[in-house]
Design a protein around this ligand. Sequence first.
Ligand SMILES: C[S@@+](CC[C@H](N)C(=O)[O-])C[C@H]1O[C@@H](n2cnc3c(N)ncnc32)[C@H](O)[C@@H]1O
Length: 263
Amino acid sequence: MRNSGFLLKVLWLVLCQAAAGSWGQANITSMLAPQADRVMALAEWEERWQEDRIGFHQPHVHTMLENNIDKVLAGRAEVRFFFPLCGKAVDMKWLADMGHSVVGVEISEKAIKQFFEENNMTYNEEPVPAIPGVKVFKSSERNISLYQCDLYNFSSSIEGQFGAIWDRGSLVAINPRDREKYAALIISLMAKDCRYLLDTLLYNPELYEGPPFLVPNEQVNSLFGNSCDIELLSSLDALTERHRGWGLDYLTENVHLITPKSI
Ligand SMILES: C[S@@+](CC[C@H](N)C(=O)[O-])C[C@H]1O[C@@H](n2cnc3c(N)ncnc32)[C@H](O)[C@@H]1O
């Protein structure tokens, strides 16, 4: 009998936690509702590249990467970086110039060719036997390999796992309904010592349809929290005239450092 009070307490705690969990999930679902069904086809991304509608591209190294590079490297040299949805980010050259290697995945051939040409690099084009119809573009001077394919055709069987990932304009750019699939792929690409720097955006999704899409911190936790530790490194006001032009009244840029939980 003495134990029954204790058992009731445990049961109560378990029920409270389950209720908090499902409330949290319901809360995330309602936050994401306005953009949940938004789909951007690969052809639309290609169209943007063809028409030079690439306002997301920055001609300089991304401040959030530069500010947090020590935390990503954690004293390591010659780190293997993965860039999902890499575009022609100059960050790839910056890291390669420091002696790291870079593997990127990008659907647009124009983006990949522009990356090499604008950075004065020569490159070779090779087929990828493991993914029929896909090509990899390799720099002749630096350790940079860019796969031209749909991200979801890429896997650790192609290039193994990575010591670092820089995710800017990637989780926020994929279709919201694909986020679980995306997170599972990213987790499978993380080596045990991987340090994954993730850039996300908070804004009112009633005001702008995206991309980039809203990714609340609660969802970062639900996507990666089971297998990884997550640290919010910075949270900054990022609203500019460009974003006001989209109709936004606030925009917060969050940077997370995600590392596999040690077992
Ligand atoms: C918002 S841009 C960001 C590019 C880059 N990360 C940057 O910060 O400049 C997203 C890029 O992903 C590419 N893309 C979109 N969906 C893709 C997919 N499923 N697989 C591969 N590339 C994709 C687009 O062509 C575009 O260049």
